[in-house]
Ligand binder design. Structure first.
Ligand SMILES: O=C(O)CCC(=O)C(=O)O
Ligand SMILES: [Fe+2]
Length: 350
């Protein structure tokens, strides 16, 4: 599908630079690149990834997203994610709150479970619209498998940097165990007012996010800075970030940073905004607590900085994830307390 020419990202808006990490060098176990990745993951927790080799599948996922969002609403709602904290399926625009007042979000998205990708042509978790199933073999399954492999290469690097015994993080993110891992294709309509939040300020729920943007709109609130700063999309570069689960498991060494999405800046504002993510999340049964007993490095970090307060209360990944999904749904809202109940490791910053 030809990609339309989009206006450039403006050069007069506050932008946060990210390190560019080369996936080919990570795969080749280049120590310098591994150290740069570690620096990014333990500071802002965001970095660009180039040479990831998933561009064709990403373009295909965008095309799948367009076909899906064009379906009649009645058809899309047959595949709606529901109100019980399950994320897989379709989410209509306005179904989630973006703040404690219950202001609705503006994005619609389709989430496809990693478990359905790996089980295909069988069904593991749920069914999807025909626009998804007709592209499973050619696009969706390859996207899920390649994204999973990339995130597991990165998890392996973190495993060793954290001083954990071999394969601890791999086992906590096993392909066999059901998890909340999913592909998400997001559409924000054009013409939304400038300040209107498309996606609420949040930290990601899982371990690693692998994101593909064509237009601006993603912003981060960096540690110690009280200004939202854009992350500029770079063609062919993914934006990767650490989520809450890894932040908790690592005793706060890996950083899960707050981010949000607003309409694209400048001349980009008159275009629909599409983004494609793959979220790697721990297996459902994984208990979210610092892995102190397995790593002196983590034990030391927890002891030195107990104020990090990354206490997940001994929740399993399943409980953590469904609590956050469920309480952001406006249908489940009773008041500001519902918003509070949807929060992760933001620590009051949003
Ligand atoms: O659309 C984006 O750029 C980011 C999406 C995001 O943060 C999310 O879905 O968690
Ligand atoms: Fe996010």
């Amino acid at each position: 599908m030809p990609v339309p020419t989009l206006p450039p990202f403006p050069d007069d808006v506050p932008t946060h630079p990210l390190l560019v990490i080369d996936y080919e060098l990570l795969k080749a176990k280049d120590q310098e690149e591994i150290d740069r990745l570690w620096g990014a993951a333990t500071s802002l927790g965001f970095w660009y990834l180039k040479n990831h080799g998933v561009q064709e599948e990403v373009d295909g996922m965008f095309e799948m997203g367009e076909a899906t969002m064009k379906l009649p609403m009645e058809e899309k709602m047959k595949f709606e994610q529901g109100d019980d904290g399950s994320s897989f399926g379709y989410k209509a625009a306005g179904a989630n709150a973006v703040d404690a007042d219950g202001t609705p979000d503006t994005v619609e998205f389709i989430n496809i479970a990693k478990d359905d990708g790996f089980a295909w042509p069988n069904t593991a978790r749920r069914t999807y619209p025909s626009t998804v199933t007709s592209r499973m073999d050619s696009i969706v399954v390859p996207f899920i498998k390649k994204s999973t492999a990339i995130n597991s290469t990165i998890l392996d690097i973190f495993n060793s940097k954290l001083g954990l015994p071999d394969d601890v993080l791999t086992r906590k993110h096993s392909i066999e165990e059901y998890s909340g891992s999913e592909a998400r294709t997001i559409k924000n309509p054009k013409g939304m007012s400038k300040e209107r939040l498309a996606i609420a300020a949040h930290t990601d729920f899982g371990s690693l996010s692998f994101l593909h943007n064509r237009l601006g709109g993603l912003q981060v609130l960096p540690p110690g800075i009280d200004e939202w700063q854009y992350v500029k999309p770079l063609p062919g570069h993914a934006i990767c970030n650490v989520g809450d689960a890894l932040a908790v498991l690592s005793g706060g060494i890996l950083h899960s940073n707050i981010h949000r999405v607003i309409p694209p800046p400048g001349a980009q504002a008159t275009y629909e905004r599409w983004s494609q993510v793959f979220f790697t999340r721990p297996g459902n049964s994984v208990v979210l607590e610092p892995l102190s007993s397995l790593s002196p490095i983590i034990a030391d970090a927890v002891q030195k900085d107990p104020h990090k307060n990354l206490n997940a209360g001994g929740a399993t990944a399943y409980e953590w994830f469904s609590r956050r999904v469920k309480n952001q749904r406006i249908k489940n809202r009773t008041g500001p307390e519902t918003w509070q109940a949807s929060r992760g490791t933001e620590q009051g910053r949003a």
